[in-house]
Design a binder for this molecule. Structure first.
Ligand code: IMP
Ligand code: MG
Length: 177
């Protein structure tokens, strides 16, 4: 275990098993459909890699990079840093996310994709922090629920570090201070 990590919440083996399990549910839903898997950068990269190996319908992958700004009323605003390349109109979009926290990022992106004419928009997230939710968002596929703690690894960062850890861990307090 990395010396900055206090505790491992979810092991590499559990994460990989869950990705496979989510993929088999997704395969049933999208059988014979043409789908764009839309990964949200950068947190979704490891999950995306684990998931697509087990998907067996015709798919394209694409990515979007967004950053959240929180105003005085704590209504999240989302800025698109890198837009997706694929045409969205009449397509089935499955958003691949690392974690749902307040829900604001996904709320904005789901609405944007609907405005662009997506046929369907669904979400698969490896982690969900339901206690942190500020806006209502429905994720059809959820890997694990986690408590309202800051977690890193499996794509998730703290100041751009720790994305490469193969497990989900909690950082030691001394790292924040
Ligand atoms: P939301 O709009 O508040 O749901 O923001 C979700 C985004 O915040 C995720 O895609 C992550 O990039 C980031 N995030 C939320 N919670 C954590 C965490 O515990 N560790 C690392 N990143 C997090
Ligand atoms: Mg993210």
């Amino acid at each position: 275990m990395h010396s900055d990590i206090k505790e491992i919440l979810i092991s590499q083996a559990e994460l990989e098993k869950k990705a496979k399990n989510l993929a088999s549910q997704i395969n049933v839903h999208y059988k014979n459909k043409e789908v764009i898997l839309l990964g949200l950068l950068k947190g979704s990269i490891i999950f995306m890699g684990d998931l697509i190996k087990y998907l067996d319908f015709p798919l394209e992958i694409d990515f979007m990079d967004v950053s959240s700004y929180y105003g005085a009323e704590s209504i999240g605003d989302v800025k698109i840093l890198k837009d997706m390349a694929a045409e969205v109109k009449n397509k089935h979009i499955l958003i691949v996310e690392d974690i749902i926290d307040t829900g604001q990022t996904l709320f904005k992106i789901v609405n944007l994709l609907k405005e662009r004419g997506a046929e369907t928009v669904e979400i698969v997230t490896m982690l969900d922090k339901p206690e942190a939710r500020k806006v209502k968002i429905y994720s059809k596929y959820v890997g694990f629920e986690v408590p309202k703690l800051f977690v890193v690894g499996y794509g998730l960062d703290y100041n751009e570090k720790y994305r490469n850890l193969p497990y989900i861990g909690v950082l030691k307090e001394s790292i924040y201070n």
